[in-house]
Design a protein around this ligand. Structure first.
Ligand SMILES: [Zn+2]
Ligand SMILES: [Zn+2]
Length: 349
């Protein structure tokens, strides 16, 4: 079968021919419905190197995946052939306290899990292929009937990660509050929708591209601000009575956006870093403001993926994406690298 693989560190993805996987005990093979491209793939391709992780290429890319159950291994129960499922991406040991909470992202014993890989597409074979091996049926979440299985693919990361960020800040998203989303790309446009679906907070979106700001408005943002405007921070302050935003989520994570996030946050607000931009910012007694919670997050929990799929099935959130065949996958990566995607790119084998 065809697969899009990372064959060596510091290289572009390659379309290669690999064997169709078979399901061992407890495992499941999916016929892939959709496999999203993620900006973090670019870091995987260009920035990672030997020795950084206990795993490395070659492996099939794609850590946002959905499909139909194609084959189940011995001992797998509760799944039927042809059933649409979404893949929970971070693959932990399944036995520690973090995995017990469905929080494989923070597994206490990752060296025991799948050769220390982070998950499919992150060290072991992911979903950018015709079929995908999922090493444990517990990583599969049923897709509700009302939801297109292809649309479920980007929701497993571009949906789940911003959902986790928004959910952690829900107590601060009271009526009359303000949330600021910095970066309206694959994750940010979902972040705006989750805030809209789960709260009545005023939503401000910031981005460098007018097209992204138009998408933010379509997703429910009340005010959009060009991030490169000299008075971008002042505009946020003006829109919040001088106090700043109760919740700031930085979906970019560059030096410049982190500085804006810290400057726009309110006293006792939340500032959450989601984007893998590699930036940093100076923290002092006075900035971010007093008692502002600053945190970074990584992906979300298994149960939250079910919640994201439920929201999408009700039509309360809608991922923006364009589809590409496996043969077009390398073009999709090039478009992502050039910043030409609106929302997400999803490979549909
Ligand atoms: Zn990702
Ligand atoms: Zn674990």
């Amino acid at each position: 079968m065809k697969a899009v693989q990372l064959v060596a560190w510091h290289s572009d993805p390659a379309l290669v021919e690999v064997d169709v996987p078979t399901a061992g005990p407890g495992q499941v093979v999916l016929k892939v419905a959709g496999a999203g491209l993620c900006h973090s793939d670019l870091h995987l391709l260009h920035d990672f190197a030997n020795g950084m992780f206990p795993w490395g290429p070659p492996f099939t890319l794609g850590h946002e995946n959905s499909g139909w159950v194609h084959q189940v291994g011995a001992g797998v129960e509760g799944l039927s052939i042809g059933q649409p499922v979404a893949v929970f991406g971070p693959w932990g040991c399944g036995h520690c306290a973090a995995c017990d909470r469905g929080q494989d992202t923070y597994c206490h014993a990752p060296t025991d899990s799948y050769g220390s890989a982070f998950g499919g597409g992150l060290g072991v074979d992911g979903g950018q292929a015709e079929f995908m091996l999922v090493p444990d049926a517990r990583f599969l979440v049923p897709i509700p009937d009302a939801l297109d299985p292809v649309a479920a693919a980007p929701l497993t990361d571009a949906g789940l990660t911003p959902y986790h960020a928004v959910k952690m800040s829900l107590p601060k998203l009271m009526p009359g509050s303000t949330a600021l989303c910095i970066g309206v790309g694959g994750l940010g446009h979902m972040g705006v929708q989750f805030i809209k679906a789960l709260s009545s907070a005023n939503i401000i979106a910031m981005d460098l591209k007018d097209e992204a700001l138009a998408l933010a408005t379509a997703c429910g943002a009340d005010l959009t601000i060009r991030g490169d405007a000299e008075d971008a921070v002042a505009q946020v302050k003006e829109a919040t009575g001088g106090r700043g935003a109760d919740v700031v989520i930085d979906f970019v994570g560059l030096d410049a956006t982190l500085a804006q996030a810290a400057a726009c946050a309110k006293v006792q607000g939340d500032m959450t870093i989601v984007g893998v931009g590699g930036g940093s910012f100076p923290m002092s007694l006075f900035s971010p403001p007093y008692e502002c919670n600053v945190r970074s997050i990584y992906w979300g929990t298994r149960s939250e993926l079910g919640e994201v799929l439920a929201l999408a099935a009700k039509g309360l959130i809608t991922p923006e994406y364009s589809t590409y065949s496996l043969d077009q996958a390398l073009d999709a990566y090039a478009a992502m690298e050039a910043g030409k995607l609106k929302g997400r790119a999803v490979i549909v084998p």
